[in-house]
Write a protein that binds this ligand. Structure first.
Ligand SMILES: Nc1ncnc2c1ncn2[C@@H]1O[C@H](COP(=O)(O)OP(=O)(O)O)[C@@H](O)[C@H]1O
Ligand SMILES: [Mg+2]
Length: 376
């Protein structure tokens, strides 16, 4: 309420003196500076008299003297402005301007004195896109859950209607039903992981993670699968101080999930009987680099920026056949972000594909906190 007093004061002063142009200019600059949204004052010919920083950000430079209808092109703007002048009331509108089709704008027009109008433009593009992402995500999850469910229901019905089914047929059906159930279970596990990391992505991790030990155990846990496909997984240490155990600030379970997903992908999408290399090295700026390198068909350039999107798969059929959910790299990306790290993907077709993870060393973070004076 403290803030309310002076502002109410300005508003009532304005009410008692409608012709006080200087007062209105003051009000405009006061409110204009307070808000991130675009605020413009225009005359009844839609010529811009005043504009705040938000307006410049949204509509570009050199606004003074320009016509608003040329800077914000959408067919009903003139009508809305006229409606506001005629009714002398706040008029609202929503627009996707034809000179900037990716923008969603919500606007309000209000009479401002006798000869001008105030136009407030709120950029709703981000909320609109987030809402679209949320809707797409729900649709994707429903679809991904529905297909194994439909298949399961189909087999249950078939079995119910075939009392004399042969043993080998029965076993085949049960095997498929088991695979479909496991697919659903994996999807739910991945969705839970994703939502867990999303919730606390902004909270910096507090634990200590011994990376070499962790990588050794992830590799050991995947070794049985590697043997089945004739893969060999090597761990190479190319750090400067190889005798020291590399430590990062992080959550063990989450970092384990990162490398489990990346090495699992390397096994799934590389040539059988090939070598997968997990290589540790250092950056010059106090980060450990862990590269997961495999040989395979590779990934076309155009897919690379989209791989960490939820459910994005280069070859959906292949991913499904390999038991993938399409969420692995989305989870990896979130966890790496949470650890203030970076994920870089490079690939040469029919050659080497490399997933590079960089995470700050524990001592780098400490020296950062102390103002960078740590000799280590
Ligand atoms: N090492 C790799 N080599 C080639 N393609 C890969 C590799 N890792 C991931 N991909 C591609 O990225 C997609 C997304 O990976 P991910 O999110 O882990 O989903 P999933 O493995 O469940 O399909 C995969 O479907 C695959 O097309
Ligand atoms: Mg995967």
């Amino acid at each position: 309420m403290l803030l309310g007093v002076p502002i109410m004061g300005i508003i009532s002063a304005e009410k008692t003196d409608h012709t006080n142009m200087a007062n209105r200019a003051d009000m405009f600059s006061l409110f204009g500076r307070m808000m991130d949204d675009a605020l413009l004052q225009i005359d009844h010919q839609s010529v811009i008299i005043n504009a705040n920083h938000g307006a410049v950000r949204l509509l570009g430079e050199h606004l003074m003297g320009a016509s608003l209808t040329q800077r914000l092109i959408y067919s009903e703007l003139m009508e809305d402005l006229e409606r506001c002048v005629a009714s002398n009331e706040i008029t609202e509108f929503a627009a996707i301007p034809s000179n900037n089709e990716y923008h969603h704008i919500q606007g309000k027009i209000m009479p401002f004195g006798n000869e001008s109008l105030l136009v407030l433009l709120m950029d709703m593009t981000l909320p609109h896109n987030l809402e679209k992402m949320r809707r797409d995500f729900v649709a994707n999850v429903s679809h991904e859950l529905r297909s194994p469910l439909t298949s399961l229901i189909g087999f249950v019905e078939t079995l119910q209607n075939s009392p004399d089914i042969e043993q080998n047929m029965l076993e085949r059906f049960l095997k498929i039903m088991e695979e479909e159930s496991r697919r659903m279970s994996r999807l739910i596990d991945d969705l839970m992981s994703l939502s867990r990391v999303e919730v606390d992505e902004h909270i910096a991790p507090t634990g200590k993670v011994f990376i070499r030990t962790l990588l050794t155990s992830v590799i050991a846990s995947l070794n049985n699968r590697a043997i089945k496909t004739g893969h060999v997984i090597n761990l190479d240490d190319k750090r400067v101080h190889m005798s020291e155990e590399p430590i990062v600030r992080g959550e063990v379970d989450e970092i384990t999930e990162v490398f489990h997903n990346l090495i699992d992908n390397a096994l799934k999408y590389s040539y059988s009987k090939s070598i997968i290399t997990v290589e540790m090295s250092d950056t010059t700026s106090g980060q450990i680099i862990i590269d997961i390198i495999n040989r395979g068909d590779g990934i076309e350039e155009r897919h690379i920026p989209r791989l960490t999107e939820r459910f994005y798969r280069v070859d959906k059929g292949r991913s499904r056949q390999m038991g993938g959910t399409g969420l692995g790299l989305a989870i990896v990306k979130h966890i790496v972000n949470k650890h203030r790290g970076q994920l870089i993907i490079t690939s040469q077709l029919k050659e080497v594909t490399k997933f590079r993870v960089m995470i700050p060393y524990f001592h780098t973070l400490l020296s950062g906190l102390r103002g960078g004076d740590d000799p280590a």
